[in-house]
Design a protein around this ligand. Structure first.
Ligand code: F6P
Length: 321
């Protein structure tokens, strides 16, 4: 391929800029012309497509967000939207596209592939919920941000002898809650992949208080329910102690990416270009057991589901007695 494009789509994640930079720089290194597409699939359909140079991605590796902007664009789920996007790509003589994004973005890339247009997906989402990879770009930064918040909440929880229910993001996945929960020494982690018993949780927290425990932290994945609803359930189950709620929200998606996310993003970006260079499209790149992998994007999305590491759940249960 001689001319390719890159876009970021869906919820942004720290490290998307580093991934786009790697796509741009590796393309130029390989003698491939590289174009950017603003606002994800919305920009593709609107023809918001422009050439990128070496300097276009200077001073970007350390920045959060995405300089290519992002959008949620449900219209791309229709064949009409997909064909309109392909028409624009062909107008610019683009032969392949790198899509950096999460679940919805991957489905867009899969549809492009089904229409015969080579697309490669780079997993970029804080949720860590993409099949075909152990980690997504942005997850490490997001859990570090959430962990920092948990450490701060522990301080104030201790001072006031309070319980905090802390809601973290993750869409339908519990990975952010699991990793943050284990790393912060949370008393309990509530995730969509594991059921919970509110009476047992209340009994456990109460037992902690009776032992003289000053702080209680419960990390709740948003995919289960909202933190206010969970706190109400605790009260309804007879929990009478001082209880506060904290919803971390979009703060988890901003800021400078960690070293791990920058390196992962750089590796993914360069790898995607290597694949397109040899004419390979229709792939989802990922990292498995620390090795870069590429798998058929249609097969990956159709037959595989991301699985949370439930050994972390069990570990936390054992350590937070
Ligand atoms: O997919 C990333 C994510 O941050 C999810 O964790 C969250 O549920 C969702 O996006 C929030 O979406 P929006 O930014 O559109 O409110």
């Amino acid at each position: 391929m001689k001319r390719i494009a890159v876009l970021t789509s869906g919820g942004d994640s720290p490290g998307m800029n580093a991934a786009a930079r790697a796509v741009v720089r590796k393309s130029i290194y390989e003698g491939i012309e590289i174009f950017g597409i603003n606002y994800g699939y919305a920009g593709m359909v609107a023809g918001d497509i422009f050439p990128l140079k070496v300097a276009s991605v200077g001073d970007k590796i350390q920045r959060g967000g995405t300089f290519l902007y992002s959008a949620r664009y449900p219209e791309f789920a229709t064949s009409k939207g997909q064909l309109a996007g392909i028409k624009q790509l062909k107008k610019h003589e683009i032969e392949g596209v790198v899509v950096i994004g999460g679940d919805g973005s991957y489905h867009g890339a899969m549809r492009l592939t089904e229409h015969g247009f080579p697309a490669i997906g780079i997993p970029g989402t804080i949720d860590n919920d993409i099949p075909g990879t152990d980690y997504t770009v942005g997850f490490d930064t997001a859990v570090n941000i959430a962990l920092d918040a948990l450490d701060r909440l522990r301080d104030t929880a201790t001072s006031h002898v309070r319980t905090f229910v802390v809601e973290v993001m993750g869409h339908g996945a519990g990975d952010i809650a699991l990793w943050t929960g284990v790393a912060s020494g949370a008393d309990d982690i509530i995730i969509p992949e594991h059921n919970f018993n509110i009476n047992k949780i209340v009994a456990r927290v109460r037992a902690g208080h009776n032992r003289g425990k000053k702080h209680t932290l419960i990390v709740l994945a948003e995919g289960v329910m909202g933190a206010h609803e969970f706190a109400k359930k605790m009260k309804d189950a007879g929990y009478k102690s001082d209880l506060r709620v904290s919803v971390l929200g979009h703060i988890q998606r901003g800021g400078s990416p960690t070293v791990r996310d920058r390196v992962l993003a750089s590796r993914f970006g360069a790898f995607a270009v290597e694949l397109l260079k040899t004419g390979k499209g229709g792939l989802a790149v990922g990292i498995k057991n620390e090795k870069l992998v590429a798998a058929d994007i249609i097969e990956t999305l159709t037959n595989h589901k991301h699985k949370a590491d439930l050994s972390l759940y069990e570990l936390n249960h054992q350590l937070s007695i």
